[in-house]
Design a protein around this ligand. Structure first.
Ligand code: KG4
Ligand code: ZN
Length: 341
């Protein structure tokens, strides 16, 4: 089945055309760089930009295909969770196209997209697995049993991992999104220089928190007058700040590692999966690979372009539902709500 995937839940707009189960014929992402000037995403701006871009992005993706492959047989589109205006642009586009072409469409959870994105790779985990979405909005750990069958085991009770990265970067005067920049800077710092404690979670519980860590980092920044320091100085001129970044990252990775190890006690045979933008992080990839090995299981991580927001993961999940005969009704609405994941 030839599936069109549409992802527009936040500031990235992505289109993918895929032949089930996972042969990618074409895929494109249009990122919005204009949010950098605001230090974060402005929802109203994001949805208006999507509206301007979606038709041309769809057409240019289609143009890269030979004529015989231009006809779609189904559509998968992100409908939750996310910024409501952004989601509605993608959903309405999908409905219009489905109506015009007389093909089925299915609303897909962005989180299920991230969790299943590892299935776009050649080497895939067996089901069930322990899967964690690490992104700008989520630090959520699931037991994933199949398409449409997953159970939330735990999460961060406050900031998501990506949000913590982006906020610390902003305090230091670094550009948005700060995660990839801090990832590089942390490599030059000493992770043991500052002692932050990973959030305490009751034994057996699979919840964590990053707001305490963020506040502890902020206190160091304020005490040393390092706020916006990189607006005035090159990072290599302030090695102590690089140590702070490395120590922050080290603590955050410890918290994530701890959640997986706890979950592993209950599910010792389940392979591990991480996905979402923060799963591009080099320290997280390395440390969790080692932790999984020590626990006798394998960690699966999609390649970086399928960790960050993309439409291939939505087309993949959409294709799985449509091939099982499951599609959405015309009155399907978008949901911003985290609770309906
Ligand atoms: O999954 P994603 O593209 O969008 C959401 O669904 O949120 O994730 C974006 C997040 C941002 O917070 C960004 O700073 C973070 O992923 N990120 C990283 C890295 N690359 C992206 N965080 C840490 N290290 C990275 N290398
Ligand atoms: Zn995402």
């Amino acid at each position: 089945m030839r599936i069109l995937g549409i992802e527009s839940s936040c500031d990235d707009l992505a289109i993918c055309i895929l032949e089930t189960p996972k042969k990618i014929l074409a895929h494109q992402v249009a990122s919005q760089h204009l949010h950098a000037q605001f230090g974060g995403i402005v929802p109203e701006v994001a949805s208006r930009e999507h509206l301007k871009t979606i038709s041309s992005l769809f057409q240019s993706t289609l143009q890269s295909l030979e004529h015989a492959k231009k006809k779609m047989e189904g559509i998968g589109v992100t409908v939750k969770p996310g910024l409501i205006g952004s989601l509605l642009v993608g959903l309405n586009f999908a409905k219009g196209l489905a109506l015009a072409e007389n093909i089925p469409f299915i609303g897909v959870s962005h989180l299920e997209g991230h969790l299943m994105s590892t299935f776009l790779e050649d080497e895939i985990p067996s089901l069930p697995f322990l899967g964690m979405v690490l992104s700008g909005g989520h630090t959520h750990l699931f037991e994933v049993c199949d398409i449409g069958e997953r159970k939330l085991l735990g999460c961060s009770v406050d900031d998501a991992a990506g949000e913590a990265y982006d906020k610390v970067a902003k305090m230091l005067g670094l550009a948005y999104p700060g995660g990839p920049i801090l990832d590089q800077l942390a490599k030059q710092g000493n992770p043991k220089r500052f002692h932050f404690t990973p959030a305490q979670v009751k034994k057996g519980e699979l919840y964590t928190s990053f707001s305490g860590l963020k506040t502890a980092v902020l206190e160091v920044i304020q005490k040393n007058k390092w706020r916006d320091i990189f607006l005035r100085h090159a990072p290599e001129d302030f090695p102590e700040v690089l140590d702070l970044i490395a120590s922050f990252q080290n603590t955050l990775v410890k918290s994530i590692e701890r959640l997986f190890k706890r979950a592993h006690e209950n599910f010792p045979k389940h392979p591990w999966v991480i996905a979402g933008g923060v799963a591009c992080n080099s320290a997280i990839r390395e440390r969790l690979t080692q932790a999984a090995e020590a626990c006798g299981v394998k960690l699966f991580i999609p390649r970086p372009e399928f960790c960050t927001d993309n439409a291939a993961m939505i087309a993949y999940v959409g294709g799985q539902y449509l091939e099982r005969g499951i599609s959405s009704a015309w009155d399907l609405n978008a949901t911003s709500n985290d609770k309906q994941i």
